[in-house]
Design a binder for this molecule. Structure first.
Ligand code: CS2
Length: 489
């Protein structure tokens, strides 16, 4: 089958939208670290729209921090790929042209640093997932003993970690007499811009105090809230896109039609016209972030653990099950009072819309995928909400069940005794604790609650939290996820 590329674009059916700007005139202005499906389905589409509305030197050079796969798929396609948006009413297709090139950091970290240091580069954006920041998720502080950070401090010109790469790029710019780029964090972290600023400052300070002061005085780290449901691409998706477009695409992106991006408008050297194509430039991202992290991601994670345990493969299946739909409604009742509503938003309507998004039957978002990296996700998705509920003396039954379901999940055995493919940076430690506790709910919850990087030192001492978690966990062992959730009412 003919492959999608600049020279075969013309053979696409007219129903497939393509770039309405002269791509051959596009110069790079953004380097994006972590060019996975999400970034290509979110930032790259917003940038594509901005280029169509107000053309400028804002092409994207992507960088993979681990594997060459993405580069190997995209290079033969001249960086082009298909975005397939799946509404319940039917598909919408477009080819995205904003990605110009892909670098692979481990193959040549120096080339990536040189790209960051190029005068052309004005923004470095990131989607490296929660664990990609080498920080402590409970406190947001740099883990100076993380192996990648230790490596990067010893080898500052050939960094591996996102933070090490940013600092190397900023240092090279300062040494060359250039200004900094804007570092734009697009991951689901609380106060993501602020956290990234702190990590970069702390890493730089371990190398050179003057560099840290220069970054602090001149750098920019806008906070953002990013949202679009973009599951990992499957072989079936690749086949579907080939059928719909008539061209082979090794790297299509499948997502829902909904998208949202709230950005704190503090850029040091310009930005694409994202504001003209739907991004919300705001002075305070926090209300958007609380709403999204707590209501969407908190519900996603809780549903992922419960749904997986109950045998549901996808979010659409799990949220379509009346037992879990009722659970979500109860969960949102607990979460909403902890969320300051962004201006013009009615949180109950937002919850309603979330349920419809979760239930979109065209999106096959695996519960297993969302269950990944729970140790890095729980603090901002569920535990902050729980702390606030406890402070207010309010019930946390549904929230506690979400945490208990995570504990049941990390035992590594499902309800039929089958193995769970547990993916988490703390997987070895979680497994060790789970094996030692066996099916004893009290022992397991006490042991897992002792992981300070997740639960801090306050929550394990709070009986109003530990008790319901342990009771739910015992019920998950005895009766299973579905019956336990049903009995919550
Ligand atoms: C999901 C998110 O994988 C996960 O943990 O909760 O990727 C979610 O789909 C996005 O944040 C939606 O914007």
């Amino acid at each position: 089958m003919t492959r999608l590329s600049a020279s075969t674009l013309a053979s696409l059916p007219v129903t497939v939208r393509r770039s309405a700007y002269d791509r051959s005139a596009l110069k790079p202005g953004i380097v994006h670290l972590g060019l996975g499906a999400f970034a290509r389905g979110h930032l790259a589409e917003y940038t594509e729209d901005a280029l169509e509305t107000s053309f400028g030197a804002w092409g994207i050079v992507g960088a993979s921090l681990q594997r060459p796969d993405q580069r190997d798929r995209l290079k033969p396609q001249d960086g082009l790929y298909t975005l397939l948006k799946l509404a319940p009413a039917g598909p919408e297709l477009r080819v995205i042209g904003s990605v110009l090139d892909v670098l692979v950091a481990p193959e040549s970290p120096a080339a990536l640093v040189a790209r960051l240091a190029s005068p052309e580069t004005r923004i470095v954006s990131l989607t490296v997932t929660e664990k990609g920041y080498c920080h402590d998720p409970a406190t947001g502080k740099l883990k100076a003993d993380h192996p990648d950070i230790v490596h990067d401090l010893a080898n500052p010109n050939t960094p591996r970690s996102a933070v090490g790469i940013l600092v190397a790029g900023l240092k090279a710019r300062r040494d060359a007499g250039l200004g900094p780029f804007t570092a734009l964090c697009c991951d689901n972290l609380p106060s993501n811009g602020h956290v990234l600023r702190g990590l970069v400052r702390d890493f730089a300070a371990l190398m050179d105090d003057k560099l840290a002061a220069w970054i602090e005085a001149n750098g920019a780290f806008p906070a953002t809230m990013v949202d679009r449901i973009v599951p990992a691409t499957t072989e079936a998706d690749i086949a579907e896109v080939a059928k719909l477009t008539g061209l082979g695409d090794a790297a299509p992106v499948i997502g829902e039609p909904f998208r949202q991006w709230a950005i704190e408008d503090v850029f040091v050297d310009g930005r694409p016209a994202w504001d003209q194509v739907g991004a919300q430039m705001v002075s305070e991202v926090a209300p958007f972030e609380f709403m999204k992290l707590r209501m969407l991601n908190g519900a996603h994670s809780s549903l992922a653990y419960l749904g997986y345990l109950a045998g549901h493969e996808t979010v659409a299946e799990a949220s379509g099950d009346p037992v879990f739909a009722r659970f979500l409604a109860g969960l949102w009742v607990e979460i909403i009072p902890t969320v300051p509503a962004p201006q013009g938003v009615v949180l109950a309507d937002y919850a309603q819309a979330l349920l419809a998004r979760f239930q979109n039957p065209a999106i096959r978002h695996r519960t297993w995928q969302i269950a990944m990296d729970g140790s890095q996700k729980l603090p901002q998705r569920l535990l902050g909400t729980i702390r606030e509920r406890l402070k207010a003396g309010a019930p946390i039954d549904h929230l506690a069940l979400g945490v208990a379901a995570w504990m049941r999940y990390v035992t590594g055995l499902d309800e039929k005794g089958g193995a769970i493919d547990l993916r988490d940076p703390l997987a070895a430690e979680l497994k060790r604790r789970a094996d030692a506790a066996g099916r004893n709910a009290e022992a397991l919850s006490t042991s897992l609650l002792g992981i300070e990087a997740i639960f801090g030192s306050d929550l394990p001492a709070e009986e109003r939290f530990t008790k319901p978690v342990t009771t739910h966990l015992a019920s998950l062992f005895d009766k299973g996820a579905k019956a336990t959730t049903t009995s919550l009412g």
